[in-house]
Design a protein around this ligand. Structure first.
Ligand code: GLN
Length: 286
């Protein structure tokens, strides 16, 4: 049986496990290429070959793990974000495309990318946001916090691999606790799933990703509210907060930033059209 036929059979197997057909086809191909060390172009020219025996056994085992709904990124150990390749383990949230809007929004307010500044990334996880910003803003210093030591280790490894480690300081702690220097920008993708919505999440997310990174309390907005409450005191005058939230949390964001005196609120929608990122500015001195 050729590699292509093996991948086709794996696709059918993944569909029977409840994975959508498009995703099943892509996952079956990505797992094969991961084992073979092939890029897409090589796969398309060489997929009619017969695989060796080792491939057949190892691939079968990986496909079964995916069929039991382990996330693809846990099987390959990596995920692309902002065009960069991040190592991923079960200790960190797998970087998601919608979180690229956080990076995009920050950059929209940074016409001079070479300006020196201090950025704080709250709940850094894999480090994807902190590292993407370090890559895009070459004069920025970044402090990245997380309550999880294991997550900080993954993030630090990613920063070293992507060659921005010297500009990022890692800090274990809750939200902005212990940060004394005022920041020019605070960015965060906090946990924002409502506890009550947990059972309805896809098994990949519910059973395999860190609950700490996802669970935002009863209605999902507790971390968002706590972060906004602390942010003003940790921003310079004119400093900006940029935060990701759930598709139904725009009103909560608007309410809490207004309650804490942050101004110039703007909302950015994701590619599905859901409000996903909010930004507001600390205007002190009154
Ligand atoms: N967008 C993620 C999901 O729906 C949630 C991420 C988060 O809570 N920060 O799985």
């Amino acid at each position: 049986m050729s590699i292509l036929s093996t991948v086709d059979a794996a696709r059918a197997r993944l569909i029977t496990s409840g994975i959508q057909p498009d995703e099943a086809g892509l996952d079956a191909e990505v797992l094969a290429r991961h084992l073979l060390g092939w890029d897409r172009a090589t796969y398309f020219t060489a997929r009619h070959q017969e695989p060796d025996n080792r491939f057949a056994t190892t691939y079968g085992a990986l496909v079964e793990r995916r069929a039991s709904r382990e996330p693809l990124a846990h099987l390959t150990g990596c995920r692309e974000f902002w065009g960069l390749d991040f190592l991923v383990t079960p200790d960190v949230l797998i970087p998601r495309p919608e979180t690229e809007h956080l990076v995009e929004t920050v950059l929209r307010f940074r016409p001079d990318r070479a300006a020196p500044e201090l950025i704080v990334d709250v709940g850094t996880g894999s480090g994807c946001v902190a590292i993407a910003l370090a890559v895009e803003l070459p004069a920025a210093r970044i402090v990245a916090t997380d309550v999880s030591e294991a997550a900080l280790e993954v993030a630090e490894t990613n920063a070293r691999r992507l060659k921005v480690a010297e500009r990022i300081t890692w800090r274990r702690g809750h939200l902005l606790a212990g940060l004394s220097e005022a920041a020019d920008l605070i960015v965060s993708n906090p946990p924002y799933c409502a506890t009550t919505a947990f059972s309805a999440l896809e098994p990949e997310v519910r059973d395999h990703e860190p609950r700490l990174a996802l669970d935002g309390g009863a209605d999902g907005t507790a971390p968002l509210q706590a972060l906004v409450a602390e942010a003003g005191a940790h921003l310079v005058d004119g400093g900006r907060l940029v935060v990701e939230f759930g598709y139904d949390q725009e009103a909560d964001f608007r309410r809490v930033v207004a309650a804490h005196g942050l101004a110039d609120t703007e909302i950015v929608c994701d590619l599905q059209g859901h409000p996903r990122v909010g930004t507001a500015v600390q205007r002190g001195g009154d």
